[in-house]
Design a protein around this ligand. Structure first.
Ligand code: NI
Length: 215
C-alpha cells in the first residue's frame, strides 16, 4: 500500500512538473513580442530632447540614425542619447543618397560621421541607415557598417498629423517590426510617445536594432 502511495505521489509530481514547464513555455513565448522604434535625420535641438524625456519616463530604448551635420550642431543631444542607452547610428554626414557616380563621396561621408559619433559617444558606430534606403552590399565590409532598413514606414514627415501617424503605424505593427520615424517634427515626437504607450499596453518590448538584427 505504502509503495503504491509513493508511486502515485511520484506520478503526480512528474505530471505537475510537465504542466508547469508547458505553462512556462507559453508565457515565455508570449513575452517575445518585440519592436524597434527608429528615428532618422536628427538630432533636433528641442524635439529630440522632448522625445528623450518621454522615453526616459517610460524606460524605453530606441535607435537614432543621425546625420553628421546635425550631430556637429547639437553634440550634447548625441551624448545624451548614448548616456541613456539608446543606439546611435550613422545616416551619412549631409543626408546624401548613394548613386552610381557618388560612391567615393558617400563612403567619405560615412567615415566622417562614424568618426564624429565615436568621438561623441566613446563607442564605435556599427550600424548605418542609408538615406532613401539605397545601399551597396560591398560597402558593408569596406565601411564596417551593418545596414538597417525598416518594415513599417510611419510617413510622419509627410503626414505631420499625430492621429494619422499613430493610425498608420499601429495598424501595421507586429512582432519584429522596425518602425521608421523622424525626430525632426513635433508631431512625430508626440505620435511616437503615444505609440510607445499603446504598444507597451499590448505587451510589446522595445529593443534597439542591434538586438533585433542578431536575435
Ligand atoms: Ni533620412
Amino acid at each position: 500500500m505504502l509503495v503504491l502511495l509513493l508511486l502515485l505521489e511520484i506520478f503526480l509530481l512528474v505530471q505537475g512538473e510537465i504542466s508547469r514547464s508547458k505553462a512556462c513555455q507559453g508565457d515565455a513565448y508570449a513575452e517575445t513580442k518585440i519592436v524597434a522604434l527608429t528615428f532618422d535625420d536628427g538630432p533636433h535641438p528641442t524635439y529630440t530632447m522632448t522625445l528623450l524625456d518621454g522615453l526616459q519616463e517610460r524606460g524605453v530604448k530606441v535607435s537614432f540614425f543621425v546625420t553628421g551635420e546635425h550631430a556637429d550642431l547639437h553634440p550634447e543631444v548625441i551624448q545624451r542619447m548614448a548616456e541613456e542607452g539608446h543606439l546611435v547610428g550613422n545616416h551619412t554626414y549631409s543626408h546624401i543618397g548613394l548613386t552610381k557616380s557618388n560612391e567615393k563621396k558617400f563612403r567619405d561621408e560615412l567615415a566622417a560621421t562614424s568618426e564624429l559619433l565615436e568621438k561623441l559617444t566613446g563607442k564605435e558606430t556599427a550600424y548605418v541607415r542609408p538615406p532613401y534606403g539605397t545601399w551597396n552590399k560591398k560597402l558593408e565590409k569596406e565601411c564596417n557598417l551593418i545596414p538597417v532598413l525598416w518594415n513599417v514606414d510611419s510617413m510622419d514627415w509627410s503626414l505631420q498629423d499625430v492621429a494619422k501617424i499613430k493610425k498608420r503605424v499601429l495598424r501595421s505593427v507586429k512582432d519584429g517590426s522596425i518602425i521608421l520615424m523622424h525626430d525632426y517634427f513635433d508631431t512625430s515626437v508626440i505620435a511616437a510617445l503615444e505609440i510607445v504607450d499603446e504598444l507597451l499596453k499590448q505587451g510589446y518590448t522595445f529593443v534597439t536594432v542591434d538586438e533585433m538584427v542578431y536575435d
